[in-house]
Write a protein that binds this ligand. Structure first.
Ligand code: ITT
Length: 193
């Protein structure tokens, strides 16, 4: 079954495809002829996931979904949160974002943080939301080279390695996105029956 996934982030695409498995073929906006950046102007993850999914649905009329993810740091009152992609700069500069996060947490003892993903599926014109959360902490230096974004700084609860020190499979097994996508898969399987 083909389904459109509203992302231009290749890392996300491969993480989501791995969880969905062979039964689903993900199609990107570019493959549907949508080359412009899809607007993400809402003030919540839910709002952005819905905005991206609706944008695609209005242009294609096909089943589609989008995810929006944020890193919520307790000592920073939930920042960078919905602004995670543009924390340090206007672009998706992962290295600059990580530097700024470390700077803002310098000397801070409370390192608790969580990743939260919200997926909005539009299926036969109707919206469905799925959420995935992973709790953890921010360490004081980057470690590892797998994954993307804040992965080199984030150690999930119960582990002593960052997401960037884990294989894609290990990360997917416990991550915010893995959890949200498994809820999506459960829903899709139910509706197939
Ligand atoms: P799309 O909107 O095209 O899907 P994006 O990179 O902008 O891609 P998000 O808005 O969902 O994706 O994510 C915001 C930022 O949060 C992203 O740029 C990363 O810096 C960070 N992020 C998201 N998921 C992450 C993950 O699994 N691990 C580490 N950082 C992540």
């Amino acid at each position: 079954m083909k389904i459109i996934f509203a992302t231009n982030n290749a890392h996300k695409l491969s993480e989501v495809q791995a969880v969905l498995g062979d039964g689903y073929e993900l199609v990107t906006p570019r493959q549907c002829g949508i080359d412009e950046e899809i607007p993400e102007t809402a003030e919540t993850l839910e709002g952005n996931a819905r905005q991206k999914a609706r944008y695609l649905f209005e242009r294609t009329g096909l089943d589609c979904f989008a995810d929006d993810t944020g890193l919520e740091v307790e000592a920073l009152n939930g920042a960078p949160g919905v602004h995670s992609a543009r924390y340090a700069t206007d672009g998706h500069d992962f290295a600059a974002n990580n530097r700024l996060l470390l700077k803002n947490l310098a000397g801070e003892e409370n390192r608790r943080a969580r990743f939260r993903t919200v997926i909005c599926l539009i299926e036969q014109g109707k919206e469905h939301l799925f959420e995935g959360i992973v709790e953890g902490r921010i360490i004081d230096h980057e470690a590892g080279s797998e994954g993307f974004g804040y992965d080199p700084l984030f150690v999930p609860e119960g582990f002593d390695r960052t997401f960037a020190e884990m294989s894609a499979e290990q990360k997917n097994g416990i991550s915010h996105r893995g959890r949200a996508v498994r809820k999506l898969v459960d829903y899709l399987h139910q509706t197939e029956k």
